[in-house]
Design a protein around this ligand. Structure first.
Ligand code: UT7
Length: 364
């Protein structure tokens, strides 16, 4: 049976940094509250388009695999913050990187978009339908933020990551995945006033709002991710002791600690970078995987466990067996266009708009 080895990896984190103290300049919050409840210290803010991040991450992943983009036969892009609904962002990336032979599909399952994509891409390779697939996950979530809502505004950030997967006879890559969705809680994370269910004639249209039941999501996330982790371990016959590293979705340090406890794995084995980037939704896992490799946390032949959850409420876990190579074959100098503004300067017009709108709603 064919497998799908991860042969390339890359990330793009925008340069502008928004700290907890920056957030406290316009909403009633503090570094102490955010850091103690979530582990987040700062996050990045995108100053251009989402596709710019996706293109940079894709170029790094292709360089790491030393692959000509014309060899790709599929691009899967997980995101809910695409440049546009039409054309899809996978097409924009395909054109920019010159991957003329690749079918191009956007996947919207929110934070789980990368892991869903890795599962789909791996299984398309296993069936023989595709041979070389680029899987991207990322988010420009600051674009859809309601900056008057302190309960969500402090949690998220922008970033993107990508991997290249290729057919191989070696038993490596994604060995097993378990994905699912608790749709009875679909409105526990909801972005309102955006989409065809909302009247374009309403004055509220495009004043994005978030319904966010943090505690409900927290509780369900830990339970669903833990069950999915145990399920992929059971399916593959790999024991917890054999797992070398856990690279989970980075939403909240407390969720990662609770997951480790519930699964029964030491927190030392859980890769964490949520303090630097916040929750970048579909971007967290490919960015964390890339950083784990950069920091020599993954060795040849390692078992890497991943778990994720997000709006839907979608969830999943995956067990990856790493191949022989943990260093890039070549390097790319791709980077985002220069940014001469601070994160607060980039966001200033949107912050003003949302704070004024919230004040007006309170007056009404
Ligand atoms: O990838 C999927 C995305 N979803 C998630 O990651 C959500 C998972 N949930 C969580 O991470 C946590 O539930 C949160 C971090 C969102 C919230 O932590 P919590 O410990 O569950 O806090 P809470 O919601 O119970 O709020 C406690 C208090 C409330 O005040 P009162 O009612 O006790 O007076 C909130 O109003 O904290 C208040 N609060 C804040 N205070 C300062 C809420 N947001 C903030 C804030 N700054 N940003």
């Amino acid at each position: 049976m064919k497998h799908a080895e991860i042969t390339g990896w890359g990330k793009c984190v925008p340069p502008a940094v928004l700290s907890n103290d920056d957030l406290a300049t316009f909403i009633d919050t503090s570094d102490e509250w955010i850091a103690s409840r979530t582990g987040i210290r700062e996050r990045r803010i995108c100053h251009t388009n989402f596709s710019d991040m996706a293109i940079v991450a894709a170029r790094h992943a292709l360089a790491a695999a030393d692959m000509n983009p014309m060899e790709l036969d599929l691009i899967l892009l997980g995101s809910l913050t695409n440049d546009s609904l039409c054309p899809n962002t996978a097409s924009i990336v395909q054109d920019a990187i010159g991957a003329r032979n690749a079918a191009s599909i956007d996947i919207n399952s929110a934070c789980t978009g990368f892991l869903y994509g890795l599962h789909i891409g791996t299984n398309l390779i296993r069936t023989g339908a595709h041979k070389k697939v680029l899987v991207i996950g990322g988010e420009f979530i600051s674009h859809y933020m309601n900056w008057a809502q302190r309960d969500v505004a402090v949690l998220f950030g922008d970033a993107c990551g990508a991997v290249v997967i290729e057919a191989t006879d070696k038993e490596v890559g994604l060995l097993a995945a378990k994905i699912g969705c608790e749709a009875d809680a679909k409105y526990a994370i909801q972005i309102t006033n955006l989409g065809s269910a909302y009247s374009r004639l309403s004055d509220e249209f495009l004043y994005v709002g978030w319904n966010f039941e943090g505690q409900e999501v927290f509780r369900r996330a830990v339970k669903a991710m833990a069950q999915a982790c145990l399920s992929v371990l059971e399916e593959t016959g790999v024991s917890l002791e054999e797992v070398n590293l856990v690279v989970p979705h980075q939403a909240n340090k407390r969720i990662l600690d609770a997951l480790a406890k519930r699964v029964g794995i030491s927190t030392d084995k859980v890769f964490t970078n949520v303090h630097k980037y916040g929750n970048t939704s579909a971007g967290t896992i490919p960015v964390a995987l890339t950083e784990a490799l950069e920091e020599n946390r993954i060795k040849p032949g390692d078992y890497v466990l991943s778990a994720t959850f997000g709006a839907g409420l979608t969830w999943g876990a995956a067990l990856i067996r790493w191949g022989d190579r943990v260093t890039p074959l070549t390097l790319s100098d791709a980077e985002m266009p220069p940014c001469d503004q601070t994160a607060l300067e980039i966001l200033a017009p949107q912050i003003k708009r949302y704070i004024e709108h919230a004040a007006k709603s309170t007056d009404d």
